[in-house]
Design a protein around this ligand. Structure first.
Ligand SMILES: Cc1cc2nc3c(=O)[nH]c(=O)nc-3n(C[C@H](O)[C@H](O)[C@H](O)COP(=O)(O)OP(=O)(O)OC[C@H]3O[C@@H](n4cnc5c(N)ncnc54)[C@H](O)[C@@H]3O)c2cc1C
Length: 454
């Protein structure tokens, strides 16, 4: 029989394999992942996290950290070890005068956005309400407000962290600034963050956002126009082009329902009337089969992406250095043949606030790429895995000639150590490895996109 680990003094809930909620608690977004921790420790405080870390260290057990369970790598759960589950820690305190908040690490973006917008404030956040704030933030954090407000990690003021040796420390510009640097893009390699302190911004109750929907054969022409538009677009505009399958829904014009489509997904982070003026030329182009841009609460816009928890997921991504016509002509063909109805390929425009932060200011590996392409491929039948994974890899090969060689780590599954290390570049990788050697010399936090100690 498996060893049963107990945690004297633990104030949260322990889910052992015989617990009625064990199976539900070990499920992650990617249905390909089926791991069985010896115990899932749903923590209710930083002190609980310390207990779990100390137990794993004492027993030589693997430790995984579960924020929202959305990483397609499935690293939130481990086999046979301790899963530090933060979903019992969801307190948020907002200071409207200072426009800051302290959010515990078990919150997801739906919970975070609901709390901040209730006070008329917002920050860049993940484009899906059930994604955890924790994994997304330590991986940098891209979202629809980023060109205006920066990446999520650019808005981190301070983090409360439990280290590999079970200490509780603060990471900020003034306390442990090296750790603070590493937490902004270096992933879960340096400790377990128990709370994040973020800057917040005023945002109107409704902002202009939504999609312009085109038949898939128009993908190339629309993407070229969008590329040219984004060259001079103000920071308020964030957006990307999505190749996907239109849902069979009333808002989709009947000929497009269930068909491959190319959608421009757009957000104007400011006054909606000004947004309508700025986006007028994009809306006129084509014209789109459906113009679904309208003033919408930010929390509603945040629910408009695909969400298929439990499906089989294979994702990959690339930062691009440029997007010439030749690249678009080749890439646009992918719009015609979606991998599955649940799949999407999205190319997001860079620039704006994140590109003006100094490259060396954070661990995040690539700020200046004008485009980030993300293959978000999902399907329902595991029997299709081998065939579909090959199809995704073939699709992703089309834009490789224009890829920077760097990748946004939040957007990929397990593609091997070289891909992780390559995402930072040699100089930053050396700095990250030195940091790892200082904060986690035994590589205790290794069930992640791992940075090895020097
Ligand atoms: C539907 C969907 C939409 C997404 N949209 C976006 C998007 O718009 N922008 C974007 O940037 N990414 C997006 N992602 C990717 C997402 O950022 C990553 O999957 C991220 O890891 C999810 O965070 P999580 O807390 O849910 O992760 P988990 O799977 O719980 O954790 C992943 C890893 O993060 C680390 N980690 C988690 N919690 C902590 C902690 N408290 N302290 C230290 N390390 C920790 C650990 O290494 C862990 O293995 C999306 C993913 C999905 C499934």
């Amino acid at each position: 029989m498996d060893q049963r680990f107990e945690l004297p003094g633990f104030s949260g809930t322990l889910f052992h394999p015989d617990h009625a909620d064990y199976d539900a608690s070990r499920k992650v977004y990617n249905g390909m992942i089926d791991r069985r921790p010896a115990v899932i420790a749903r923590c209710s405080s930083a002190a609980d996290v310390v207990l779990a870390v100390n137990l794993a260290q004492a027993k030589g057990l693997t430790l995984s950290v579960f924020g929202g369970g959305h990483a397609v790598t499935g690293t939130a759960v481990c086999d046979g070890g301790i899963c530090v589950d933060l979903r019992g820690m969801k307190r948020i305190d907002i200071d409207p005068a200072a426009k800051t908040c302290r959010a515990e690490a078990g919150m997801n973006w739906g919970e975070f956005d609901a709390a901040t917008t209730a006070r008329g404030l917002a920050m860049t956040g993940g484009r899906n309400p059930t994604t955890g704030i924790a994994g997304l933030t330590v991986g940098s954090g891209s979202g629809w407000l980023e060109r205006k407000f920066g990446y999520v990690c650019d808005n981190l003021i301070k983090a409360e962290v439990v280290t590999a040796d079970g200490r509780q420390v603060i990471a900020s510009d003034t306390e442990n600034p090296d750790l603070f640097w590493g937490l902004r893009g270096g992933g879960g390699n340096f400790g377990v963050v128990t709370a994040f302190h973020f800057r917040l911004y005023d945002l109107p109750p409704a902002i202009l956002g939504g999609v312009l929907l085109y038949p898939a054969p128009m993908a190339g022409a629309v993407l070229k126009n969008f590329r040219d538009f984004m060259q001079t677009a103000p920071d308020e505009v964030s957006g990307g082009m999505v190749f996907t399958t239109a849902p069979d829904a009333p808002f989709v014009p009947p000929p497009a329902r269930g068909q491959p489509v190319a959608m421009l997904q757009l957000v104007y982070a400011g006054d909606p009337e000004e947004g309508a003026r700025v986006l007028a030329s994009l809306r006129a182009f084509g014209p789109p089969a459906a113009d679904l841009l309208q003033p919408t609460p930010y929390t509603v816009l945040q629910t408009q992406g695909g969400n298929f928890p439990g499906t089989q997921n294979y994702w990959t991504a690339d930062f691009l250095s440029q997007l010439p016509d030749e690249a678009i002509d080749a890439y646009a063909k992918l719009a015609l043949t979606p991998i599955s109805p649940q799949s999407a390929i999205i190319i997001v425009a860079g620039g704006g606030a994140p590109s003006r932060v100094a490259e060396e200011a954070t661990a995040f590996g690539m700020r200046t790429a004008p485009w980030n392409v993300h293959y978000i491929c999902a399907w329902t039948d595991p029997a299709d895995n081998a065939k579909n994974i090959e199809r995704v890899k073939a699709a992703a090969s089309v834009l490789k000639p224009w890829a920077t060689g760097r990748v946004y780590l939040n957007y990929i599954g397990d593609e091997g150590q070289a891909r992780i290390e390559g995402s930072f570049g040699a100089e930053k990788l050396a700095r990250l490895r030195a940091l790892k050697t200082k904060w986690d010399p035994q590589n205790f936090f290794r069930h992640n996109q791992n940075i090895r100690p020097a």
